[in-house]
Design a protein around this ligand. Structure first.
Ligand code: ACO
Ligand code: LMR
Length: 274
């Protein structure tokens, strides 16, 4: 057999050495001829396989609905401030992306893991919520700064309706909704948020699509795949905000004094008391 020199890097998703690049073995010309969508390409490069149309459409819906949520949210705010500080496009986008995490946009993987584990263990929603409370942990995928039971998140509604129509089953979404029904009895902003909805539906897709083995499903959950959807989507909006500020020739941002509680004196007094 062939004796290969050991390599420093292994790549299993794409190859650029031939006449044309391939993604998961599919030549680029074939992707163009057969009109592959962004969802199809994402499936090849993230999951190394082709996925059914309903699944790639779901991925694209996530990209569309998470692309932006106005100028006030953490990511856009950072991108805007960076743009107004004269930074280049990549720096503005990076500044925005770095806010994505457990509170903002980056709760999808934890929501997926926790909802799946609780649902698979046959826990009731109230049992799950109370167990998280005992652990002193907030429930990933629950809660929103401005969305409430009376002012619901349209994105969650759109994704849920799509899954009801196209997914083989929505067991995990149903569980997440039962969690929401319970948390809403505590406070009206403890809704199932878009991160939680995507996380639950991703589990439904992974388990019911028959495209993945049990080991592969576990791997998708373990390595933290799904936050990538928010990162991918929100990059579109962050670029938009950075370009917007540059077009508008906005000056350097300085936060107004009257919006800061200057508490140096207070803190010093407290420290003295210690
Ligand atoms: N689980 C349990 N209790 C919660 C949760 C939660 N997810 N969120 C809020 N609460 C309760 C807590 O009792 C909290 O009191 P505490 O501060 O003593 O823990 C109380 O509600 C008030 O919380 P606030 O911090 O005022 O709520 P806020 O409006 O600031 O939080 C946030 C919004 C950050 C989204 C919060 O609900 C949270 O951390 N959720 C989990 C993370 C998450 O899903 N983030 C994604 C949001 S969607 C997106 O970013 C696209
Ligand atoms: C978002 O998509 O950025 C949000 O759901 C967060 C927010 O506070 O609106």
């Amino acid at each position: 057999g062939k004796i290969r020199a050991s390599t420093n890097i292994i790549c299993t998703i794409s190859d650029d050495r031939g006449e044309e690049p391939t993604y998961a073995g599919i030549p680029m010309s074939e992707m163009i001829e057969q009109e592959y969508s962004v969802g199809d390409v994402l499936a090849l490069l993230w999951f190394k396989r082709q996925l059914p149309k309903y699944a790639t459409r779901f991925l694209e819906m996530c990209l569309i609905i998470c692309a932006d949520h106005g100028p006030c949210v953490s990511g856009a705010h950072n991108a805007i401030i960076a743009a107004r500080a004269g930074k280049d496009l990549v720096s503005c986008v990076a500044s925005g992306l770095l806010t994505i995490g457990p509170r903002f946009g980056g709760a999808i993987d934890d929501a997926a893991r926790d909802f799946k584990a609780a649902c698979d263990a046959g826990m009731a929603a109230d049992e799950f919520v109370e167990s998280m409370k005992k652990l002193g942990k907030r429930i990933a995928g629950i809660g929103h700064r401005i969305k409430t039971a009376e002012n619901p998140d349209k994105r969650v509604q759109l994704l849920s309706e799509y899954a009801d129509r196209h997914f083989p089953t929505t067991k995990y979404l149903n569980f997440a909704k039962s969690v929401e029904a319970y948390t809403l009895t505590k406070s009206n902003n403890l809704i199932l948020n878009v991160d939680g909805c995507i996380g639950a539906l991703f589990c439904d897709f992974l388990v019911s699509s028959q495209c993945f083995t049990d080991e592969e499903i576990q791997e998708v959950l373990d390595i933290g795949t799904m936050n990538g959807l928010f990162v991918q989507a929100r990059t579109i909006g962050l670029i938009g905000h950075a370009l917007d500020q540059k077009r508008l020739k906005q000056p350097l941002y300085r936060h107004p004094w009257d919006d800061i509680l200057y508490a140096e004196e207070y803190l010093t007094r407290e420290q003295k008391e210690e």
